[in-house]
Design a protein. Structure first.
Length: 107
């Protein structure tokens, strides 16, 4: 008889997040957890390992990563802007930056 593990699969949008707990056989991969969660049906834009990167507890993971009991598989949305390019553009425009990424206010 095969043992099963429980893992969470998380997909966060700008104003909501979906967390689904799934039971999978031992040896299941991150990609299999995403498929079993049903989130790919609810959000057709999800493409694990392609357009969307995966992680386990905020650490990058490949789709073929074998999961352990109580892992949390996170589906990351693609960035809408390259953070390095944004910082470089602000620097070129001469805008001072404050902690948190916004423009600094004059004192």
């Amino acid at each position: 008889m095969s043992e099963f593990i429980e893992v969470e699969v998380v997909y966060a949008l700008a104003h909501q997040q979906d967390i689904v707990t799934v039971s999978l056989p031992e040896g299941a991969t991150a990609h299999e957890a995403v498929e079993a969660s049903g989130l790919m049906l609810k959000y057709p834009e999800i493409d694990p390992g392609g357009r969307n990167k995966l992680g386990i507890y905020a650490r990058p993971a490949r789709p073929d990563t074998v999961l352990r009991e109580h892992d949390r598989v996170e589906i990351y949305r693609p960035l809408i802007a390259d953070p390095k390019a944004v910082r470089k553009k602000r620097a070129e425009e001469g805008k001072a930056m404050k902690k948190g990424g916004g423009a600094a206010q004059d004192a």
